[in-house]
Write a protein that binds this ligand. Structure first.
Ligand SMILES: Cc1cc2nc3c(=O)[nH]c(=O)nc-3n(C[C@H](O)[C@H](O)[C@H](O)COP(=O)(O)OP(=O)(O)OC[C@H]3O[C@@H](n4cnc5c(N)ncnc54)[C@H](O)[C@@H]3O)c2cc1C
Length: 415
């Protein structure tokens, strides 16, 4: 039965959901608070990552976070502040950093990423120009210790059926002829790939328009009008919008709207930065993560994007030049052909990642409301998981079973 689906949030997640629903014949209205796609969705590193089967909340992260607190250029930082939401989130994050929870999450994340990767490949195969490069991802390790740790993770990856190759520095160099790298070794994840997030957003916007979707921009959702346990309409700065099904896909801003429904959706914004060199001295073919520095490197056409940091500092969209400097300084350590000065004139971009305390998305229906589907909390994986998220939500709208088991992703899991 065709329904009127109202999607709140026009980032990669909201757009993917809206497009999947409209392509299944539903009437879809997409609302976004900004005039054009903003949020975290455009300047990200564009990586599609089955290799990321370990959520952010993993053993060792709390100790690492504490160690990095004092370093203004560190890649992970929680700004200390007296805020109950942050304190509760930090407590849940700490509780989630167990080997058992990570083991439980791994196959779910693997399945989501692989399904999404297949969707991207299908889209590109149908002629959509996403800049998709299906040539893997390299985890570049500078030190023997990190290489050892990453080799152990590669072993777990292989246990999960992923193709993870442990490479010496020379073997890694053979994958990137002409690129000078100063590393101890690398892991290559063959199933990973990268694309240009701007092209994906443009492709979804065009597909949504073509299929007759309605896009309402520069309008903020502020509240809900309820009829019993059902949402009758979302209240916005431009009046009410009624619908049959509502999808909350507002990224890091979703918590406040969920709270108006009595739904507790703990999240913190994880700010990250990127900058894109228009004509780099060298450009690898394969996207890479500089492991110790936690920096992502992505070739985008002739350009080269660097992204990193996870700064838990509230809904603060200001750019901290010290953290950007931390990313810049790490680059010549792995790619000695580059100099810090190469990046001086580049405009940094920032985005707020929607981070749940256990590092897993909130995906599915909630007990709190009959006609709400939640699709947020994708943290560092929103681009990677966008197509499958769209497909899952569209299945739920159609009252069909989700193609992936959603048990551990329930929006109700924190009460
Ligand atoms: C530096 C960096 C690098 C990254 N690299 C990768 C990567 O390589 N691979 C990957 O998978 N992920 C990556 N990510 C993460 C990814 O960017 C995010 O997970 C993803 O963009 C989240 O998408 P979203 O649609 O949920 O949120 P957003 O993109 O933030 O979109 C949310 C939208 O909702 C709108 N909105 C919010 N509240 C309201 C409201 N009340 N009313 C109306 N509209 C509202 C906002 O205006 C916004 O447009 C990276 C992130 C950063 C910062």
């Amino acid at each position: 039965m065709n329904q009127h689906v109202v999607v709140i949030g026009g980032g990669v997640i909201g757009l993917s959901v809206a497009t999947s629903c409209v392509q299944r014949g539903h009437q879809v209205t997409l609302i976004d608070a900004t005039p054009s796609t903003r949020g975290a969705s455009l300047g990200n590193a564009g990586m599609v990552v089955p290799s990321h089967f370990t959520p952010l909340a993993a053993p060792g992260m709390v100790a690492l976070g504490i160690k990095w607190m004092a370093d203004p250029e560190s890649p992970f930082y929680i700004k200390p502040r007296l805020d109950w939401d942050l304190i509760r989130w930090a407590y849940r994050f700490w509780r989630s950093c167990t080997a058992a929870k990570v083991r439980r999450a791994a196959p779910v994340l693997r399945d989501l990423h692989l399904a999404s990767r297949a969707d991207y490949a299908e889209l590109a195969g149908s002629g959509e120009d996403l800049g998709l490069a299906q040539n893997g991802l390299m985890m570049l390790c500078k030190t023997r210790e990190t290489f050892q740790e990453e080799s152990e993770t590669a072993e777990i990856a292989r246990g999960l059926g992923l193709n993870a190759e442990v490479l010496t520095a020379d073997e890694a160099a053979a994958w990137e002829p002409g690129i000078r790298m100063d590393i101890h070794g690398a892991i290559r994840y063959a199933e990973d790939c990268h694309l240009d997030p701007r092209r994906y957003v443009a492709s979804r916007l065009a597909a949504f328009d073509r299929a007759g979707g309605e896009s309402i921009r520069d309008v903020r959702a502020t509240d809900w009008r309820m009829e019993g346990k059902r949402i009758a309409a979302v209240v916005t700065t431009a009046g009410e919008i009624a619908g049959d099904q509502f999808v909350l896909a507002g990224g890091a801003w979703s918590t406040a709207l969920a709270r108006r429904l009595g739904l507790r959706l703990p999240m913190q914004a994880g700010k990250g930065y990127s900058f894109t060199h228009p004509s780099p001295r060298q450009s690898p073919r394969i996207c890479a993560i500089l492991v110790e520095a936690r920096v992502a490197v992505t070739p985008l056409g002739g350009q080269l994007r660097f992204g990193g940091t996870m700064e838990i500092a509230g809904m603060d969209e200001r750019i901290d030049p010290r953290r950007v400097a931390g990313i810049v300084k790490s680059i010549p350590r792995y790619y000695p052909e580059f100099a810090v000065e190469d990046f001086e004139q580049l405009e940094p971009w920032q985005g707020l990642r929607p981070c749940s305390p256990d590092g897993l998305p909130y995906l599915g229906k909630t007990r709190a409301v009959d006609n709400l589907i939640v699709a947020t909390g994708h943290a560092m994986m929103g681009l990677s998981l966008a197509p499958i998220t769209g497909r899952i939500v569209a299945s739920l709208v159609d009252r069909q079973p989700s193609p992936i088991d959603l048990r551990w992703l329930s929006p109700d899991r924190f009460g």
